[in-house]
Structure formats: structure tokens, C-alpha cells
Design a protein around this ligand. Structure first.
Ligand code: AMP
Length: 284
């Protein structure tokens, strides 16, 4: 398995693949890989001649320095998982100074308001960091397709907007949320949960599923109050926010319009660990 540390090396390799007419699929990750990430990689292996996986805990997208410091890193285990899937995968494991040309800072983006909602409000600068790293990664890898999880649904919509605005000819492929058997959305952060909080965390998806049933018949405010009160009543979980928003604009829904696509977006602290999840909601 080939591992690239420097932009120039990978760019040269990509150039020769392009000359051979190979299609390139790309899966950007922050490592500490799990089955959710691997679902993205498997899709890319299926659709493309060559798959590039990047593993980079990108400093510019962290609004909280402690979160950056404690983010799980497990490069050797990540390589073993990828190797098992396919020894042909190319791994980009950038050196931060080389990747950022010595200036580790974000560009500022306008994503037509998508960046102002939900995670944008709660994690200042986060989407500038995400936009910066993904744009740079796309410039190096030049994929025909790139794979993003619906677990980070707002990020997915922002990346679609990024390629549109930057006129990058890259197809963005969404992949459904991959869950543990008990319903907890897989996340690298799950491995930092204490046993008590790990046992509590599947409750989040149970509440989301109940909210989906309620949404079919009840008013928006009834659904929102239900989620807030139910999570607030849990001894080990703290709700940061629950929002029902339009899938395209990500603006909070003010009334249910038949035919529109909505989602419930939730962020919950289980102890110190911030967990994110969402569910599609259907109007009756
Ligand atoms: P991360 O390493 O957390 O930045 O995630 C890298 C990519 O994997 C992003 O596109 C995520 O949305 C996606 N991803 C992470 N967890 C899951 C999951 N449980 N199901 C589907 N996609 C996921």
C-alpha cells in the first residue's frame, strides 16, 4: 500500500494515473477509521479505478483546542483496515506544514448561508476550516468522485456548494449513516466515551426515531419539545441542540410543506464527548 506524505509526490503520482486514463475516487477522513468510513471507501472502490483515502486531523476546523488534542489518532490500525479492503488504495497522510505551505490558517468562505446554521453557530470557524482543507485536498487529488457521509449532513451540503462555487468538476456522493447494532451512529469520537456514556448514547437514535413518527402527525413545536424534554430528562446526556431544517437550505422549518424534505439534526454531549446525528423526516 502506498502512503504519501507530501503534496508534490502525490500530485506527480496522480498526474501519471490521469495520463493512463484512470478514474480517481476520493474519501477524505480524519482517521481513527471505523465501518462508517469503510462504507465510503467500499463505494469508491466499486465506482473508480483508483481510490485515494486521506487521513488528516485538520487543525483549522477545530474550534476547541482540547478537542483537537484529544481527537483519536491510530494511523497503524487505519492502514491495516485499508490494506484489508484493498492493497491498491492510495493513502494521503499529509504533513501539516507541507500541506498548508507553512501557514496553517483558514480561507473565508461564503456558502450562501449554509454555514450560518446549526454547526456554524455552535462551532465558529468550523466550516471555513472544512472548506479550506477539502478545497486543498481536491486540488491535489483531482478526483472525479468524492464520498461524504450523511452523518455530517450539513458538511455534505456545504461541500456540494463548494464544488459548485469553485467550479470543480467533482461529483459528490452521499453515503447513508452507518450505525452500531444498537443504533449509535459510528464515530471516531465514540471510542472516547466512558462505559456509562457509551451505554447511554444509543438513546439519541431512539429519540430521533420517535421524533420521526411524531413528525408525521404533530406540529413542529410538539416534536421539538418532545426531543428536548426527553433528552433533558436523561441523567447522562445533555442536549446542545435539536433542529428541524429543510434539507436543501438547512434553514429551520417554520411550517411543514408537503413534498419538502426535512431532517432532524441533533447534538448531544455524553459526558465530555460531543455526538452528532440526524434523521430524515417525512411529511404526511
Ligand atoms: P471524519 O473522519 O469524522 O471527518 O469523517 C470522514 C467522512 O466519513 C465524512 O464524510 C463523514 O461524514 C463520514 N462518516 C463518519 N462517520 C460516518 C458514519 N457513521 N456513517 C457514514 N459516514 C460517516
Amino acid at each position: 500500500m502506498k502512503v504519501f506524505r507530501y503534496k508534490k509526490e502525490l500530485k506527480n503520482h496522480i498526474k501519471s494515473l490521469n495520463n493512463q486514463g484512470k478514474s480517481i475516487g476520493f474519501v477524505p477522513t480524519m482517521g481513527a477509521l471505523h465501518q462508517g468510513h469503510l462504507a465510503l471507501v467500499k463505494n469508491s472502490l466499486k465506482d473508480n479505478d483508483v481510490t485515494v483515502v486521506s487521513i488528516f486531523v485538520n487543525p483549522t476546523q477545530f474550534d476547541n483546542p482540547d478537542d483537537l488534542k484529544k481527537y483519536p489518532r491510530n494511523f497503524e490500525a487505519d492502514l491495516a483496515l485499508l490494506q484489508d479492503l484493498s492493497p491498491e488504495i492510495l493513502v494521503f497522510y499529509p504533513d501539516a506544514q507541507d500541506f498548508y505551505d507553512g501557514k496553517i490558517q483558514s480561507e473565508h468562505f461564503d456558502f450562501d448561508g449554509l454555514e450560518q446554521e446549526m454547526e456554524g453557530k455552535h462551532r465558529p470557524g468550523h466550516f471555513d476550516g472544512v472548506g479550506t482543507v477539502v478545497k486543498k485536498l481536491f486540488e491535489v487529488v483531482q478526483p472525479v468522485r468524492a464520498y461524504f457521509g450523511e452523518k455530517d449532513f450539513q458538511q455534505l451540503q456545504i461541500i456540494k456548494k463548494l464544488v459548485k462555487k469553485e467550479q470543480m468538476p467533482i461529483e459528490i456522493i452521499p453515503i447513508p449513516i452507518y450505525r452500531e447494532p444498537d443504533g449509535l451512529a459510528m464515530s471516531s469520537r465514540n471510542r472516547r466515551l466512558t462505559p456509562k456514556h457509551r451505554a447511554a448514547a444509543p438513546f439519541i437514535y431512539q429519540v430521533l426515531k420517535q421524533s420521526k413518527v411524531l413528525f408525521e402527525k404533530e406540529h413542529l413545536e410538539t416534536v421539538k419539545s418532545f426531543v428536548k424534554e426527553t433528552i433533558d430528562a436523561h441523567p447522562y446526556l445533555n442536549l446542545e441542540y435539536f433542529e428541524i431544517a429543510d434539507e436543501q437550505t438547512l434553514k429551520p422549518a417554520t411550517k411543514k410543506i408537503a413534498g419538502n424534505k426535512y431532517r432532524g439534526f441533533i447534538v448531544v454531549f455524553a459526558g465530555e464527548i460531543r455526538l452528532i446525528d440526524n434523521i430524515s423526516l417525512v411529511t404526511s
